[in-house]
Design a protein around this ligand. Sequence first.
Ligand code: THU
Length: 136
Amino acid sequence: MMANYKELVQQALRAREKAYVPYSKFAVGVALLCEDGTVYEGCNIENAAFPATNCAERTAIFKAVSEGRRDFQAIAVVGGPEGTAPADFCPPCGVCRQVMREFCGPDFIIALSDGKEVKTYTLEELLPCSFGPENL
Ligand code: THU
């Protein structure tokens, strides 16, 4: 299914329209694909107290986990200045990579798009030698 993740990227672009980014004006959207094909969308949600901001990736993951889902196969991420189409890749921040590590396996796919091409990585590639649930 959707081997090049183009459809998932389109969903991430739609999710990005909901981003609440009055401070950074950097809008991020994601689409999180479950094993059965269900997709959870997420956007970044900023806060006047800056550290209370939630990244788009964690918005989608927390939405899904709170609905009982833990069976994730891929996430598409797009981001860039609000009001303009993404023109660069937007890799997930370290905190979001660690949250992925909690619920996703090493082969979980992270698909990034700059609006032209889609680059895919595994979670193992983006977070090597990581600390996870089995280390406790
Ligand atoms: N942000 C995300 O939502 N995901 C990322 O992968 C990188 C950064 C958000 C956080 C903040 O609202 C804005 O982008 C600028 O850092």
